[in-house]
Write a protein that binds this ligand. Structure first.
Ligand SMILES: Nc1ncnc2c1ncn2[C@@H]1O[C@H](COP(=O)(O)OP(=O)(O)OP(=O)(O)O)[C@@H](O)[C@H]1O
Ligand SMILES: [Mg+2]
Length: 323
């Protein structure tokens, strides 16, 4: 596993970018630690790409600064470019070059000797499942082009990798493949900044998440922290086989500290308990062990709805992320 340590590798300070009256990025401050996968999650137009373009020195900020491994984005562009790999939102490949040629081209721009570049390209393309394709990259599927773009961003062993919506427009299978590659990258000593509007992606891949809306960071923390602080509660719905006296079960459950409330409903001769509780899957197991173990034989059915970052965004903004 890569080790996340407390040394801050990127510090963003009051960064702003205005396009006429639009404040695309509106005073963003962040500290990203070495080795972590930090996601910036927000809806369309929230300012994610504008933020990446400033951090990767493509776009000059209106005000503020960011320090990347000791270099300011305002004055240290040359040094920063050597440290970062970028996988932009729009696939950026040379369509009339083959996969290896694309990768070798990027490597040569970073001053990697030809022989070494060829070996590295071969190794990475194999790892990413695109070795053996000898045709022009314009004929590749979207998922393959994305993976090629990832390889191009990784060929010179960057310290920091920026991924802007790496799975946008991919089918579920290709999306999973890209997620697996990102998970594998976490085992290497690399800091990853991932821009996404995909809640599942942010939840399952990130060490920490910052939620961005209208150019501002409105919350940040680990996915679990965010769900505990701003999410709704988990709900477990249990229906019982027979008309049981549920008083004992209800008392047991009410005495568990993380249970928010429980209520009983009757449906077609069945008794059903709806239990809202805080925390994640661990608490579900505890709930079953502490509250229900004595009555488990009478349980006919259970449904569990776990809270998600979708709830977090909804509770913070009153809107769904995809509205
Ligand atoms: N070059 C530009 N000129 C004018 N306005 C721009 C420019 N680039 C971005 N914007 C505006 O800035 C805001 C933020 O855009 P940005 O592309 O950073 O959002 P995003 O979070 O990446 O969205 P998406 O999820 O759609 O990629 C939007 O209102 C957008 O229209
Ligand atoms: Mg974008």
């Amino acid at each position: 596993m890569s080790t996340i340590n407390d040394s801050v590798i990127i510090e963003v300070k009051e960064l702003e970018k205005h396009f006429k009256e639009v404040k695309a990025v509106d005073g963003v401050s962040l500290k990203i630690k070495r080795g972590e996968l930090f996601s910036i999650l927000g809806p369309n137009g929230a300012g994610k790409t504008t933020l990446v373009r400033m951090l990767t020195t493509i776009l000059t900020p209106t005000s503020g600064d960011a320090i990347i491994k000791g270099n300011s984005i305002l004055s240290g562009k040359k040094e920063i470019v050597k440290l970062i790999g970028v996988c932009p939102q729009e696939i950026t490949i040379y369509e009339v070059l083959r996969a290896e040629e694309n990768v070798e081209f990027v490597a040569s721009m970073h001053g990697i000797p030809r022989k070494e570049a060829k070996e590295k390209a071969k190794e990475l393309l194999k790892e990413f499942g695109i070795a053996g394709r000898k045709d022009w990259s314009k004929h590749f599927s979207g998922g393959m082009q994305r993976r090629l773009n990832l390889v191009m961003a990784l060929v010179f062993d960057p310290d920091i990798l920026f991924l802007d919506e790496p799975t946008a427009g991919l089918d579920p299978q290709a999306r999973r493949l890209v997620w697996d590659f990102i998970r594998d990258l976490k085992n290497k000593d690399i800091t990853i900044i991932l821009m996404t509007h995909d809640m599942i992606e942010a939840d399952s891949l990130s060490d920490r998440v910052a939620i961005i809306d209208h150019g501002k960071i409105i919350a940040q923390g680990t996915p679990t922290e965010l769900k505990e602080k701003y999410g709704s509660d988990n709900v477990l719905e249990i229906s019982f086989l027979e008309q049981e006296d549920l008083e004992v079960v209800k008392t047991n459950i009410q005495n568990i500290p993380f249970v928010v409330n429980s209520s009983e409903i009757h449906r077609k001769e069945r008794q059903t308990l709806l239990i809202s509780f805080k925390g994640g899957l661990k608490n579900l197991v505890k709930l079953l062990q502490q509250g229900l173990i004595d009555n488990i034989d009478e349980v006919e059915n259970m449904k569990f709805r776990q809270n998600s970052l979708e709830d977090v965004f909804l509770n913070l903004t009153g809107r769904r992320m995809r509205d």
